[in-house]
Design a binder for this molecule. Structure first.
Ligand SMILES: C[S@@+](CC[C@H](N)C(=O)[O-])C[C@H]1O[C@@H](n2cnc3c(N)ncnc32)[C@H](O)[C@@H]1O
Length: 230
């Protein structure tokens, strides 16, 4: 479940050698046994801090975070945004169909979002595309609200890792609500890439994090813009 913001040290990248080593030794604790806030109390990098640290540097301009949970990505973006990004960060929004607190806009579904065409520079789906039964339509809707040349940022764990993880993560948010028909516990990287392409996104890039067990995808609403816009 969601409990407070990750400490600043957990979001700093690159990690120090000692933190990396400690995280590796403590992997069973931070990846299986302990909720995020308890890992952080032991100075282990939580899984949530791992994905926030992977996503935050990729956010550009006004952000829409879908499946935002307690809205932590938007809240951290506002806190850490460099001066030139302040106004866009302030106008950024998180949406979710469940209310976990944190000031998200609560929507009935992600097929029809209450935002104008082309009104965001970045749309993110962090650890949630698998939980959204209407994921194909949600990705198309994300493309509609992105400006031309805007980017989508997705993180997703693999299908097998996700199945095993959700069976043992006694603390995860899906244990605190009804699981919807059509939810899956993880998705293969190729499946995510295919869904992005089907929704009309171009130039999908992918990189692994947390020992390659999690993936970060970035795709553009049209062909990848010139280097200076990245
Ligand atoms: C594992 S949590 C991730 C939360 C947050 N993005 C993070 O990284 O901490 C999955 C999120 O997906 C949301 N979710 C579940 N079903 C959804 C749906 N149909 N549409 C949008 N969000 C949904 C849940 O409420 C939850 O906040």
């Amino acid at each position: 479940m969601f409990k407070g913001a990750p400490p600043a040290w957990a979001l700093r990248r690159p990690k120090s050698f000692w933190q990396s080593l400690y995280d590796l030794v403590g992997a069973p604790l931070r990846m299986i046994l302990l909720p995020d806030h308890q890992s952080e109390r032991l100075h282990l990098t939580s899984l949530r801090a791992e994905r926030l640290a992977a996503v935050l540097p990729e956010v550009r301009g006004r952000l829409l975070d879908i499946g935002a949970g307690d809205n932590m990505l938007v809240r951290l973006y506002r806190e850490y945004a460099r001066e030139e990004k302040h106004a866009a960060a302030r106008d950024s929004v998180g949406v979710d169909v469940f209310d976990w607190g944190g000031g998200c806009t609560i929507v009935g579904n992600c097929q029809h979002l209450p935002f104008a065409d082309g009104s965001f520079d970045t749309v993110s789906f962090v650890a949630c595309l698998n939980h959204i039964p209407e994921r194909e339509d949600a990705l198309r809707e994300a493309r509609r609200v992105l400006r031309p040349g805007g980017r989508i940022v997705v993180t997703m764990i693999g299908r097998i890792v996700g199945e095993i993880g959700h069976a043992v993560w006694w603390y995860s948010e899906d244990k605190h609500r009804d699981v919807q028909h059509g939810e899956v516990m993880g998705m293969g990287a190729r499946n995510v890439e295919q869904l992005l392409r089907q929704a009309g996104f171009g130039s999908v890039t992918r990189r692994g994090f947390v020992y390659g067990l999690n993936h970060l995808f970035i795709a553009w609403s049209e062909e990848k813009p010139m280097a200076q816009e990245l």
